[in-house]
Design a protein around this ligand. Structure first.
Ligand SMILES: C[S@@+](CC[C@H](N)C(=O)[O-])C[C@H]1O[C@@H](n2cnc3c(N)ncnc32)[C@H](O)[C@@H]1O
Ligand SMILES: [Zn+2]
Ligand SMILES: [Zn+2]
Ligand SMILES: [Zn+2]
Length: 728
């Protein structure tokens, strides 16, 4: 699977492009997790022996459903089995499980995730979707595009604006004059040339790469392309040299910096792409757009202008720059274009088409806001959420909302992604060494109104936006497998960043879906470590354990819980392992695979190359049964212990461990006690007691588990001492 996971990281399934969701997992990993957790190991072995003769292995046969022996196994073990994902995120598990014939229950606390997954699997008429786009193109696009025009520098005609470059502007508190927060005067670098902008007259032109100094051919003044006047949250007044901090400036003045347009990238059908300076024409056009927006804004279905970003770990950067409302993150021209689109989208009659358009528009805001930057080396726009943070740049770049022939991230490109995503959900393809192979296991299904409909077999899928800490909508022992990807401890604050999209989805959906009634996503139930929201390691552990306990309850006997996790911090691993063990699961296996390099971005420490899959099964005995055990111990065997201890008891327990027997907490405590009596080091035995299969774990994980397990076992001992079962 490793080479495949890497290949897929570079050639993502189209379905994963339906709306931004952070750190989406590669489908092949979840497909494999589902196959291997539901098909028994003996069957894999048998199949492997059979298909080796045809030169493939069991995995290839099952994964690509290539061999005649594979489908009967999938039928037998996967068909109609109920798979639960309590943290579905972008829905990778849901899509893959449906494709393999399973029934699914998908839960995510965030309505944005819920709606994305819903739209990923619900049926839609592709022709109708296409027709709706054509109508938008005919009826709305011209109204948007007329605000993205500029005189072509090569002749007496107009060209399309691809991008508008802006720079922040503030009034210096020292000299009272306006100064601009240029971090550099270099806009792009390509083919050994830099495109630079003169800060004095906005002349734009090409100079040799990496020039230290340029004398402007228009105004004759000198500037240093790579130096700029701002950076790292500070700026130097261009007139008096006074140094200030943007956040402090915002604090003092109580307002956000203004913007000034400094350059454009255009596309002309005759003369191609190019950069140019800003002219009065461009400023006037922008002013007109702003005026039109003022006139129309109350009629446009936009996010509520009053809705502020709640204070948070990720939102503080934007708030600190004076961008308090979600609508402050876009300029009026962007709001006008997106608002017009939303207005037309809301009138689409076909519900499935309308909702996919809403998702497309919400997604498109990622590349149409004033937090986007220009990638100087690649000469294209970088959408806001390449990293899972709000980070307002000093030099934002504005996209053409509808889009022209070139350029990254206009609405029309986002529509192409949507179209490809839903096509893929209907007719999936898998990547094989030679390229993509069509598969006939589409993921499309209509959704049940109630989870019981899935359990009873009337329906294939039920999705919900709520916390998985309470799965009371599911009966005990009703689920065949729990397959998921855990929240990343403190690495991605989904709720804070997803609010950016939430407010757009809300603008379209609040009347139809109670999930979108709250002005922003209510974050209390989200499981994460987040100081800004008063959630610490202990909260994370407690909530996760609660979800695992609920998973344990709804799982059938010996049912698998399989999850991926990935973190550079031992505490995070400790919290996860502790939660899973305390909930009554045994860890049966740990696998690692290469994760996509992109996942590392935005995580501290430069990213992790490996992802880990943890396979667990419900244990025969758990803490809930301790009470009962105690009586048995007391009544029947308490006296025997005294006699047996230490050596005989030890021998007996070792024998049980050897045979792979899952020890109860009481057994474990006794075992440790016996070791202690026998003067043997305790820690070396702990992983064996708690997590059979840990031999396969990498060194780091092993050590982490050891320490955590030690704490656990101490808790065991304490508990047993309190209950008077053990007298140490
Ligand atoms: C690592 S992500 C899942 C990503 C997913 N595997 C994908 O490919 O997109 C974890 C998810 O857990 C969700 N989550 C956090 N707390 C939750 C809770 N209490 N109940 C349900 N979901 C929760 C987050 O909203 C987030 O989408
Ligand atoms: Zn000054
Ligand atoms: Zn100049
Ligand atoms: Zn031209």
């Amino acid at each position: 699977m490793n080479p495949l996971a890497q290949r897929e990281a570079n050639a993502k399934r189209a379905i994963t492009m339906l709306h931004k969701w952070w750190a989406r997992r590669v489908g092949c990993v979840f497909r494999t997790m589902i196959l291997s957790s539901l098909i028994p190991a003996e069957e894999w072995q048998r199949l492997d022996e059979e298909v080796r003769r045809s030169g493939i292995d069991a995995w290839t046969a099952l994964y690509y459903r290539q061999h005649p022996k594979a489908n009967p196994l999938i039928e037998k073990y996967l068909k109609d089995k109920v798979v639960l994902d309590p943290f579905m995120g972008g829905g990778t598990t849901i899509v893959e499980a449906l494709r393999l014939g399973c029934k699914v229950i998908g839960v995510d606390v965030n309505p944005v995730a819920w709606f994305i997954v819903k739209k990923s699997v619900e049926p839609v008429d592709l022709a109708a979707l296409d027709a709706a786009f054509e109508r938008l193109k005919k009826e709305v696009a011209p109204d948007i595009l007329r605000y993205y025009r500029t005189p072509c520098p090569h002749g007496d005609h107009e060209a399309d604006v691809m991008y508008a470059f802006w720079v922040k502007k503030v009034q210096c508190t020292n000299c009272g004059r306006n100064t601009r927060l240029f971090s550099s005067f270099r806009l792009a670098t390509k083919d050994g040339e830099d495109t630079v902008v003169c800060p004095y007259c906005y002349w734009v032109g090409q100079v040799g790469a990496n020039r230290q100094s340029v004398v402007c051919p228009d105004c004759g003044r000198e500037f240093h392309p790579k130096q700029g006047w701002a950076g790292g949250g500070r700026f130097t007044c261009e007139h008096c040299g006074h140094v200030d901090e943007t956040v402090a400036w915002v604090c003092r003045t109580g307002r956000a910096p203004d913007y000034e347009m400094i350059a454009l990238e255009y596309w002309c059908p005759q003369h191609g792409r190019g950069y140019k300076g800003v002219e009065e024409f461009d400023r006037e056009l922008y002013r007109q757009a702003c005026q039109e927006f003022e006139r129309e804004k109350t009629n446009l279905p936009l996010p509520d202008f009053e809705t502020e970003s709640p204070p948070g770990y990720n939102t503080q950067q934007a708030i600190g720059q004076g961008l308090r409302h979600f609508t402050d993150l876009l300029n009026p021209r962007q709001l006008l274009g997106l608002g017009r689109l939303m207005q037309a989208i809301r009138e689409i009659e076909d519900r499935a088409v309308r909702e996919l358009m809403v998702v497309t528009l919400s997604d498109a805001t990622n590349a149409n806001n004033m937090l986007c930057k220009y990638n100087v080396a690649a000469a294209k726009l970088e959408p806001l959420f390449g990293h899972p943070v709000y980070w307002p740049p000093d030099q934002p770049v504005e996209n053409n909302v509808w889009g022209t022939k070139y350029g990254r991230g206009p609405f029309s490109s986002y529509f192409d992604k949507t179209l490809r995503a839903v096509e893929w959900a209907q007719h999936p393809k898998e990547i094989l060494t030679g390229g993509w192979v069509p598969m006939d296991d589409g993921a499309v299904t209509s959704l049940a109104g109630q989870p019981t409909a899935v359990i009873s077999g009337a329906s294939r899928a039920w999705l919900t936006a709520r916390s998985s800490e309470d799965l009371s909508f599911l009966a005990s022992k009703s689920v065949d497998a729990v397959i998921t990807d855990l929240p990343y401890y403190g690495n991605v604050h989904y709720g804070e960043i997803a609010d950016f999209f939430y407010v757009w989805l809300r603008a379209a959906l609040k009347d139809e879906y109670p999930e979108f009634v709250a002005p922003v996503f209510p974050k209390e139930p989200e499981i994460e470590v987040n100081q800004a929201q008063d959630k610490d390691d202990a909260d994370y552990r407690r909530s996760l354990r609660q979800v695992f306990q609920e998973s344990h309850r709804v799982l059938k006997d010996e049912g698998p819980l399989v999850f991926t996790f990935h973190h550079e911090k031992p505490q995070a691993w400790g919290a996860v392992l502790e939660a899973v063990l305390e909930a009554g699961f045994n860890i049966k296996a740990v696998w690692t695979y290469f994760s996509e390099p992109q996942v590392g971005v935005g995580f501290s420490g430069g990213g992790i190359r490996f992802d880990t899959i943890i396979v667990c099964r419900t244990r025969g005995l758990d803490f809930g049964e301790l009470e009962e055990m105690r009586y048995i111990e007391r009544g029947k065997r308490a006296s025997e212990y005294q006699v047996l201890l230490p050596q005989k008891r030890l021998d007996w327990l070792e024998h049980q461990l050897e045979r792979g027997y899952d020890l109860s907490p009481l057994d474990r405590a006794h075992y440790l006690y016996a070791l202690y009596k026998a003067n043997r080091p305790l820690w070396a035995e702990i992983p064996r007691l708690y997590t059979r299969g840990l031999e396969e774990v990498t060194g780091a994980l092993y050590r982490i588990t050891r320490d955590r397990a030690y704490e656990l076992i101490s808790a065991d001992i304490e508990r047993l001492k309190e209950q008077g079962v053990l007298a140490l």
